[in-house]
Design a protein around this ligand. Structure first.
Ligand code: SF4
Ligand code: SF4
Ligand code: SF4
Ligand code: F3S
Length: 391
């Protein structure tokens, strides 16, 4: 095992391969506060990449209702339980969220999926995980819109449950794709070395010719994003729409997003972050966008603006200790934050750099060409009296 630095958990950790950064890293920010679970993203991916025989059960993009929903069912509760059993009572964070680039959320003192497996079965499998059953893949949208009700009972509403800051009755929609992790568990686990991370953009792919269907990647990925295809005998996963990315065009699931919750771009390591890069700005400067289950240790590259109405303990388990700071800043956004949020879903091109003026947010592609211009405030036009069509 090599030692690598994982900034999301604020420390070095074990990983089977040595650290190697891609030239730039594919990344998304999802603003959960805006997702309406229309599933347009899900269907855009399905109708582009997984409509063939043997792919019926595959949803590379999915949107699940939390806390009960999950695809595959209970994926996150299951891996959290495995980690807790491997290291009982010690899956804890220490320190505080700060401006320290090496540990912006504090430090995770528990065991990641790469470290816990050593404790359970030394020198055997490289990653702690499990293989979902066939049934667990069957119902991608199970428990849609089912809230946590009174005293934690599913679907029993709390009559006083509507006041902010935190609702007593709550649910939220979690949009998910492969995280194209910096330390991919799928890649670490494959005995065939059939999974690779592209040096040009950090996209993680399964080589369809090398894969022999061992499914160690499916066991290892804590987010359960590789999927086995029985008709070909090999596994597949989200390919980050790489033919589009190579043309500097946003992915299908981004282009289709009705809620405009998704912003695609490039994320830098914290020490190389640029304030005028929209993803770096949200992740490293404003710190409103947080990784999903950073404690798993894969350094995922999809970041989430947490939903402001949800009990904080649940959010902290899911997004780490940066939750309070992220929600506080999102609730009272700076002008720049407002501007960058407006860029989500505003154009077909991937935005590499932005500017926010007094009136507008402007996005530029990697060549410096302007690709979008969005007003920060919609103009209000009052219809003149002579055109009134009602009396
Ligand atoms: Fe691999 Fe899973 Fe990370 Fe995707 S989310 S790169 S499948 S470990
Ligand atoms: Fe599907 Fe492309 Fe979105 Fe991946 S990035 S989930 S392949 S639409
Ligand atoms: Fe949410 Fe956008 Fe997907 Fe609709 S298309 S479910 S708003 S992420
Ligand atoms: Fe490797 Fe997964 Fe294929 S473990 S051999 S990529 S099914």
């Amino acid at each position: 095992m090599a030692k690598v630095h994982n900034w999301q958990i604020g420390r070095e950790m074990n990983y089977p391969y040595t650290q190697a950064f891609p030239r730039r890293q594919f990344a998304f920010v999802f603003n959960i506060n805006r997702c309406i679970a229309c599933q347009s993203c899900t269907m855009a991916c399905k109708s582009t990449w997984t409509f063939s025989k043997g792919q019926e059960h595959m949803w590379w993009a999915n949107v699940e209702t939390k806390p009960y929903g999950g695809y595959p069912q209970f994926w996150d509760a299951k891996i959290l339980n495995l980690l807790e059993n491997a290291n009982p009572g010690n899956q804890q964070w220490s320190g505080k969220p700060s401006t320290d680039k090496k540990k912006p959320y504090g430090q995770f003192d528990g065991k990641t999926i790469f470290e816990a497996q050593n404790m359970l079965t030394p020198d055997s499998a490289r990653v702690l995980g499990y293989l979902p059953t066939d049934e667990e893949w069957n119902l991608p949208n199970i428990y849609e819109d089912n809230p946590v009700g009174k005293k934690g009972v599913r679907n029993e509403l709390d009559k006083e449950g509507t006041e902010l800051p935190v609702h007593k009755t709550w649910f939220f929609y979690l949009a998910r794709i492969c995280n194209h992790c910096s330390y991919p568990a799928c890649l670490a686990a494959c005995p065939r070395k059939a999974i690779y991370k592209r040096p040009e953009d950090g996209i993680v792919l399964i080589d369809q010719n090398r894969c022999r269907g061992y499914q160690e990647c499916m066991k290892a990925c804590p987010y359960k994003k590789p999927m086995y295809r029985a008709t070909t005998g090999v596994s597949e996963k989200c390919i980050a729409c790489y033919p589009r990315v190579e043309e500097n065009t946003v992915t299908r699931c981004i282009a289709a997003c009705v809620g405009k919750i998704r912003l695609q771009g490039w994320v830098s390591p914290p020490e190389k972050a640029r304030r005028d890069n929209p993803i770096d700005f949200l992740v490293h400067f404003e710190k409103v966008a947080l990784p999903l289950y950073p404690q798993f240790g894969t350094e995922p590259n999809v970041y989430y603006i947490p939903p402001r109405w949800v009990p904080r303990a649940y959010l902290k388990q899911m997004f780490g200790p940066g939750v309070e700071r992220a929600i506080a800043r999102y609730k009272k956004p700076s002008r720049a934050l407002l501007g960058v949020l407006m860029l989500a879903g505003s154009c077909r091109e991937i935005i590499s750099r932005y500017e926010v003026t007094a009136q507008e947010a402007i996005g530029y592609d990697a060549d410096g060409k302007e690709v979008t211009r969005v007003p920060l405030e919609e103009e209000v036009i009052v219809r003149p009296e002579k055109h009134l069509n009602t009396t």
